[in-house]
Ligand binder design. Structure first.
Ligand SMILES: [Zn+2]
Length: 170
C-alpha cells in the first residue's frame, strides 16, 4: 500500500534561488517556486490500518520547505565552487560558522552572500535531483522508528511540469 501527498494541494512548497555552477544557462542565479510530492510505501498497521498518518508526514516536509523558503541554496560540496578562506578537502557545515557571509568563486565570477540569506546544504548540487535525495534522507531519518515503511520517495518539482523523484528502499 502506498500513500501519496501532492505538494501543490497539500501546500508543501517553497521559493528559493540557486544556480548550477558552470551550467550554460542555469549557472546564473535564478529562482524556482518548488513543490514537493511525497510517496510512502509500506504495510498497513495499527488501530486504523494506516501505512503512516498524513499528519505525521506533512509537518516534517513542511518544516523542511520552510527552512529553504526565500533563501539562496548553496551546495557546499560542489567541485566548482571555491569558498574563500576554506580548505575544500576539510569542508564541513561547521566550517562556515565563523563567517558572517558566504564568499565563493565559480571560475572568474565572485559572490558574497549574507549568511542569513543562504541555506548551506551538504550536497554537490541544488538540482531537483539532489534536493529530492535531501528530502528523502531527512524524512527517512525522521521516520526511522516506523518499521512497517518499505520505501520513501520525494519528487522535488521546479515548478509545474518538471521535477526529479528519488526513492529510498528501507
Ligand atoms: Zn534552477
Amino acid at each position: 500500500m502506498k500513500i501519496l501527498i501532492n505538494g501543490i494541494n497539500a501546500n508543501l512548497r517553497f521559493s528559493a534561488a540557486h544556480l548550477i555552477p558552470t551550467h550554460e544557462t542555469c549557472g546564473c542565479i535564478h529562482g524556482h517556486s518548488y513543490f514537493v510530492d511525497i510517496e510512502i510505501e509500506g504495510e498497513k498497521e495499527g488501530k486504523f490500518d494506516f501505512v503512516v498518518d498524513f499528519k505525521d508526514i506533512k509537518p516534517i516536509v513542511n518544516e523542511l520547505c520552510n527552512s529553504l523558503d526565500h533563501k539562496f541554496l548553496i551546495p557546499i560540496f560542489n567541485d566548482n565552487m571555491d569558498f574563500k578562506d576554506l580548505d575544500k578537502k576539510n569542508l564541513s557545515m561547521e566550517s562556515f560558522d565563523k563567517f558572517g557571509s558566504v564568499q565563493f568563486k565559480i571560475d572568474s565570477k565572485g559572490y558574497t552572500i549574507p549568511k542569513e540569506d543562504c541555506v548551506l546544504l551538504p550536497l554537490k548540487y541544488t538540482s531537483a535531483e539532489s534536493l529530492s535525495e535531501y528530502f528523502v534522507q531527512k524524512l527517512s531519518d525522521a521516520l526511522k522508528d516506523k518499521t512497517n515503511i518499505k520505501s520513501i520517495s520525494a519528487c522535488v518539482n521546479e515548478g509545474i511540469g518538471q521535477g526529479a523523484m528519488f526513492t529510498k528502499e528501507l
